[in-house]
Design a protein around this ligand. Sequence first.
Ligand code: SF4
Length: 352
Amino acid sequence: MNAMPELETLINTLENEHALDRADLVKLLTCEEAFPVYTAADRVRKKFAGDDVHLRGLIEFSSYCCRTCFYCGLRAANNKIKRFRMEPDEIIECAKHAVSCGMKTIVLQSGEDRFFTINELCSIVNRIKCMDVAVTLSIGELSKSEYTALKNAGTDRYLLRIETSNKQLYKSLHPGMSYKNRVRCLYDLKELDYETGTGCLIGLPGQTPEMLADDLLFFKELDADMIGMGPFIPCAGTPLELQDGGNVGAVLKMMALARLLMPDINIPATTALGIKDSGGYEKGLGCGANVIMPNMGRSEYKKLYAIYPGKGEGITNLENQIEAIKSTVFKLGRSIGRDYGNRKRLSDNHSV
Ligand code: SF4
């Protein structure tokens, strides 16, 4: 290892103890020698999460959203985009196709669309659970009773990114939303025994390495089961459209540090990473990631789910998309997961 002696010590501590304080995390976030951090994360991933890469079939079923997040193309105030909302039967058809392609998890994602009632969502979850897969929802902030109903309907996991754990930055980017309520949602989900996913955007205007270190500590404190992180990509029709975007190196560093801090969680190589860098999936898998989420929605809708530019483009054939992902995985000497891909907790690993 060629890292400076102090960095080498920090990486060793993180690799063996999976803990580090804020100041030391900042040192690793800002060090130029990223490679030793990446390779340590890859070793920890192999040891605790194994070589399997879990494919989760993503279905984006509604692009309507009542929120106005400054960075997102789906924000309610963006009237330049065409919106869509899938019928329940269309969602089920996509799920069936994803299952026939080997997906063991179906992820249903939408903007915060108040059109669907909780009962309708429960019925959709129920129908997908009959296909013998895990179901993940990513549909935003709800009340605890609504989360309870969806859990009782069979939902296994829930994704809700905190986006940034810095209260000031959060407030400046999310008009009308409450940081406190977002955190409440995440702790409700944990309490209800969902596998709970969260994550952040990297490269937001005004974001500092200290804030990113706090994000990592927030994830650890929550005991998140999944962490999804991607670069901020400026999107036309949003207040941040002229800002600079986040860079891939910073995302890879955050993924690697998340793996070192939380060795047994699931970490996806996100779509945004794949869009920002044509080798993004491969790089992400080398920095701690063990999940990829192929978009299994209908092609006419994919482009319309325009949270940032470039999303949904170039995906014409689902089977080809999956084959391309598999070939990336195999090239790295990794395998495709055949089970549901739940978090394999450290304690479970130690009991075998
Ligand atoms: S980030 Fe999510 S909640 Fe915010 S505007 Fe976009 S879809 Fe809506």
